[in-house]
Design a binder for this molecule. Structure first.
Ligand code: PEP
Ligand code: MG
Length: 448
């Protein structure tokens, strides 16, 4: 690799959120951190830490630990804050105030910039900001559905809603409801708090459709207020729908009641259940939902499942008769197919969401659901990269849920897809696969 800078030391991590920022480096709660923008360095950040970052000051972050598909990175994606993870503990030894360039695309931290190096880094930041502006305008001008693929967004805070209505997104494709309660987890079982959150958001996005994922607690999202027993391997434990069905009175019923009340008051919603393994889990949850719908005389809400457990993906033919829609969660699907934890930094480089096995599984889901008339979306981090989006669309996924900041670049990639390129990408994805190979193939083919 050519050296980009004369004097800066490059620390290699893994790409978390794309983007390039130049700023001094400081630790969490460093009293010397400037009032202006800085790059945060930390051993790791929880999803709650990340959601609470002051974005007027924290321009990006680099963690020694973590993984590229962790929930921390999902939150960073949603906030549009560049991030490098799994960079190793040497980044923790850099003196506070070291001027750095954080390269979220390549997963690098260039530390110790001055003189011509610094000028070069700032020029790149300016050029990337300009490119992002041009893309954003092109995406807004081109309308919502390039190449027949519907775009929607993930994790929109009410404050970002105005931006959503100006973007090419049709609505919110993944509202991760547990993230709405970060920092005030004691409200997570409170029906009225849920109801207010959904109605406020529905109003803020001016009636656009919101796909609400029921609480996905467990894994790397513990909720201390619930006093859940500690599990040896929480990603394989009582997570998502498994927990909701075990605690219907505190988790499932209050949330579903809040959703149907919001729908009765005009919110346009779909409900999807996370971490579903068996059809019985879905039918059990759907029966609770439908009972509440009748009791409240509320409008019917489409019900679907996230396809993120391999058993669900392989037996998807058993689901298509019952569900209204499916949404592939590529983060967990990849973790479970590759048997590689999302949060283990030692495996951060091995987690390949474009592994041929993942691609074949996505294609199987789309090929089974399509003829049954069940729409399939994808809502993991993969969809937010232009290459990932092009691959998912070529494998037959009908809609992609991406973060707001990622929409322009994804829109551009999708608008370059035609029947021939789709076929070629599909072929490569299902035969060779792999991020490195597909990145080369897709970027050359689409001129990205
Ligand atoms: C996923 O698993 O791909 C997903 C979208 O859900 P989460 O990252 O919140 O587990
Ligand atoms: Mg998931």
């Amino acid at each position: 690799m050519d050296r980009l800078f004369e004097n800066a030391a490059t620390h290699r991590g893994v790409s978390g959120t794309r983007g390039w920022v130049v700023a001094p480096l400081h630790g969490l709660n460093d009293p010397a951190a400037p009032q202006g923008r800085y790059i945060l360095v930390a051993h790791d950040l929880t999803p709650a830490d990340t959601a609470a970052l002051d974005l007027d000051r924290v321009a990006g972050f680099c963690t020694a630990s973590g993984g590229p598909t962790s929930h921390t990175v999902q939150v960073a994606h949603g906030l549009g804050i560049p991030a490098v993870v799994a960079a190793g503990t040497t980044v923790l030894e850099l003196p506070a105030g070291t001027v750095c360039a954080l390269d979220g695309d390549a997963g690098l931290l260039h530390a110790g910039l001055y003189g011509p190096d610094l000028q070069k880094a700032i020029a790149r930041e300016d050029a990337m900001a300009e490119r992002a502006r041009v893309r954003r305008e092109a995406a807004q001008a081109a309308g919502p559905a390039p190449g027949g693929v519907v775009l929607s967004t993930t994790f929109v805070k009410p404050a970002q809603a105005a931006e959503l209505t100006r973007s090419a997104a049709a609505g919110i494709g993944l509202l991760a409801t547990e993230l709405l309660f970060l920092g005030r987890e004691h409200e997570i079982t409170d029906e009225d708090a849920h109801y207010r959150a959904y109605l406020d958001l529905a109003r803020a996005v001016r009636g656009a459709e919101i796909t609400v994922r029921t609480l996905d607690i467990g894994g790397d999202k513990p909720v201390p207020a619930l006093n859940l027993p500690k599990e040896d391997n929480s990603f394989l434990g009582v997570r998502g729908i498994r927990l909701a069905l075990r605690r219907p009175d505190t988790l499932l019923i209050p949330q579903l009641r809040a959703l149907y009340r919001a729908a009765a008051d005009g919110a346009r919603l779909r409900i999807m259940f996370p971490m579903v393994t068996t059809v019985e889990e879905f039918t059990q949850a759907a029966a609770v939902a439908e009972k509440i719908c009748r009791e409240l005389a509320a409008p019917r809400i489409p019900l679907g499942v996230m396809v993120e457990v391999p058993a669900c993906a392989l037996a998807v033919d058993r689901f298509v008769e019952d569900v209204d829609f499916l949404s592939v969660g590529t983060n967990d699907l990849t973790q479970y197919l590759l048997a590689a934890s999302r949060t283990n930094p030692a495996l951060a480089r091995d987690i390949d969401p474009l592994h041929v096995a993942v691609n074949r599984t996505v294609a199987h889901v789309a090929d089974t659901a399509g003829p049954a008339g069940v729409p399939v979306s994808a809502c993991g981090g993969l969809a937010a990269s232009p290459v990932g989006a092009a691959v998912l669309a070529s494998l037959g996924v009908n809609s992609l849920t991406v973060t707001l900041p990622a929409i322009p670049a994804v829109h551009e990639a999708l608008s370059r897809l035609d029947d021939d390129s789709r076929q070629s990408i599909r072929h490569e994805a299902l035969t060779t696969g792999g991020t490195r190979h597909l990145t080369e193939h897709v970027t050359t083919l689409l001129g990205l």
